[in-house]
Design a protein around this ligand. Sequence first.
Ligand code: DAH
Length: 341
Amino acid sequence: MENQMKALREEMMEAASQVRSKEDLAAFWQTYLSKGGKVSGLMKGMKTIAKEDRPAFGKLVNQLKGEVEKRYAEVREALDKAELEARNVSEQIDITMPAKMRPAGGLHPLSVTRSQMIGVFAGMGFEIYDGPEIEDDDHNFTRLNVPRNHPARDMQDTFYIAEDLVLRTHTSNGQIRVMDAQQPPIKVLSPGRVFRSDSDATHSPMFSQMEGLVVDKGITLCDLQGMLDKFCQQIFGEAARTRLRPSYFPFTEPSVEVDVSCFECGGKGCSLCKGTGWIEILGGGIVHHNVLRNCGIDPEVYSGFAFGIGIERIAMLKYGINNIGLLTQNDLRFLRQFKEA
Ligand code: DAH
């Protein structure tokens, strides 16, 4: 029995010296120290030993067990230490190395322009309303005082997606939706995408507009111009002035087209303003009494102004972009020029 114990001690010490990993260590424990392991196996041999020798034998086995447990703990500690050292080496960071430069993206020029415009109007107290891009004929045309077969429908080449459904041709649908939901005082801005079957250097089938609507008691065209002056100064610079020209839109009466003084030449006349000193930037006017009435607002009590601005147009003017397609082609050579914007 003693020989057997001696052989087992040697075997275990040898096995312990072969342990190289956590897996080896677990196997070692399983083989020798677990309940079904070889050390417990020795204890089971107790039966074959004379009664009077059993206490001495038990003591020896326990001694052996203690020894192996100690060895096991030592090996585990050594493994932990080696693992930590390996990690320290592999995760070492040289803080003197130059940093990896990650290319930073930039905002799209259209996004920059849109947020800047929204920022100006929000600063004046406009609330933002998000109207639907798929709209019924009623909200896009009829209640805006553009009845069926009215020649004004030809002003906008419309994408019909069903008999009575269109891709909205302007953000003016927002006016109807806001006035349906709310009584004056109203002061909303409705930015969004609009769609027209039209395509050339300055027109795209999809573009974006920003609709403004203010309805209250005593609103006049002067309020519109005063507000637009402030808007243009913030977008085009302090020197910017506006001018109203008579125009026609079915939903406003009177209707105006608004020009801003040319920020390129200061009004002297250049190629940007085609020698006139003025650049057209938006349409607007006093909300037609029919439109107010269509939304249950009494035109004898209230009046309002409305305007619609093309966002691409403002971005193109600001950045000197001569083809609207560049704004949707995602050509990085083009977009990178606006990184700082
Ligand atoms: N909806 C017009 C367009 O898309 C722009 C416009 C003109 C909007 C006059 C208005 C307005 O609110 O009063 O051409």
